[in-house]
Structure formats: C-alpha cells, structure tokens
Design a protein around this ligand. Structure first.
Ligand SMILES: Cc1cc2nc3c(=O)[nH]c(=O)nc-3n(C[C@H](O)[C@H](O)[C@H](O)COP(=O)(O)O)c2cc1C
Length: 198
C-alpha cells in the first residue's frame, strides 16, 4: 500500500529537548517525505500557554467584548485551529514525559478542543468536526513500550484525533530507547521505507 504525498501538511512538535529531540527529528523527516514541496510547522514547546481561567474567559466572551489579553488568547487558539483546517495531513510528534504526552502536546490539543469547532455533541453522541484529515503519530520514549499498559500517550492521542474526526494514518514509534540503542534508527528506517505514491 502506498502513501500519498501532500501539499498541505502540518507538522506539530513539542519536545523540550531541543536539538536532542528524537520525536522532532523523526517527525520532521516524516513531514519532509510526505510533503516534499514544504509544510507548515507548529512547535507546541514555544509560545503556547496552558489553557486556564483566562483562556476559558476569553472563549466565553464575545470577540468585541474581549480585553487585549483575552483577544490575544483567543487569536492564538484561532490560529492553531486555522493551521489544522488548512492541512489534510498532520504529523504529530508525541514525546512521552511521565507516561503521558508531553504537556506541550496536551496543551496543543487543549487549545483545539472547542465545542462547535473541533467537535459537537448531538443526540447520536460526539461528532468530530475536523473530518477529511489524516494524522501520523510519532511517539518516542526511553522505557515505555508503545501500546503497552503503561503507554498513556499514544492511545490518548489516537482518542483525541478520533474525537475530532481525524483518521490515524499510522504510528511511528522510537520507544524503549534506554533498552534498544537502535530504536531511533529503526524508526527512521521505517520513515525512509514508507512507500510513497508516485
Ligand atoms: C521530563 C521527562 C520525562 C520523561 N518521562 C518518561 C517516561 O515516563 N517514560 C519513558 O519511557 N520515557 C520518559 N522520558 C524519556 C523520553 O520519552 C525520551 O527522551 C524521548 O526521546 C522523548 O522525546 P524527545 O526526544 O522528542 O523529547 C522522559 C523524558 C523527560 C525529559
């Protein structure tokens, strides 16, 4: 089965490890392969504030009634959503920190998860509003095996994507790096071996 390349890809990274980041390295390479003509990049580790009372207040306030701070908070949330809407393919780096997704990636999802925008509730239950998109998950860890009972990151990210109506295209895992020093290289090989449609 081949994988289609795209002109509308959003790469989302969130590592706090800068140049040493395995998830950034792998996800960036995957984005380069899937979108050879270029892609958008959102680094969730830079400039994203955690959702808090001020953020909630901003969202609950009509645009014309927001103060400057609320307006800035709402504007960023809108920008993050616009970036997703502009993409048909997402590559999401998911570093595992303390058995969960990096807080930076959690915050990115938190900013997007707005009723009426990312999802809605109907009599039939929750309905994702960001359909027509696919996402690749690039998961990295030192000890936590992807898909194991202590991996609270990958299933959570899959759930959030499904909740938004986004299809999971695949998972690339450089897990258990502390036990397998070739883990990142093997994941990179997987990325390089993805059969792209001509
Ligand atoms: C604050 C912190 C917490 C971590 N917690 C875990 C953990 O709970 N389980 C695990 O397997 N690895 C853990 N690690 C190791 C990272 O998952 C590993 O370094 C991985 O490569 C992170 O992705 P990154 O390189 O893109 O930052 C942790 C690393 C940091 C910096």
């Amino acid at each position: 089965m081949t994988v289609q390349t795209t002109e509308n890809l959003l790469l989302v990274t969130g590592s706090i490890r800068g140049e040493d980041s395995a998830s950034t390295r792998l996800a960036t390479r995957l984005a380069e392969r899937l979108a050879p003509g270029g892609y958008a990049h959102r680094d969730a580790a830079s400039g994203l504030e955690m959702v808090d009372g001020e953020w909630l207040g901003a969202m609950a306030t009509a645009p014309e009634a927001r103060d400057a701070r609320q307006a800035a908070r709402a504007e960023l949330a809108e920008t993050l959503m616009d970036e997703v809407k502009a993409a048909d393919t997402l590559v999401i780096a998911v570093p595992i920190y303390n058995f969960s997704p990096a807080a930076q990636i959690k915050t990115w999802f938190d900013q997007l998860a707005r009723a009426g925008v990312a999802f809605k509730y109907s009599e039939a239950g929750p309905e994702g509003l960001l359909t027509g998109r696919k996402a690749w998950i690039v998961m990295t860890s030192n000890g936590t095996e992807e898909g194991s009972a202590i991996d609270f990151a990958t299933p959570w990210v899959k759930h959030m994507l499904g909740f938004f109506g986004i299809e999971v295209a695949g998972v690339i895992a450089a897990d258990r790096q502390a036990f397998d020093e070739s883990s990142v290289d093997k994941a990179l090989e997987q990325v390089e071996a993805l059969p792209l449609a001509a």
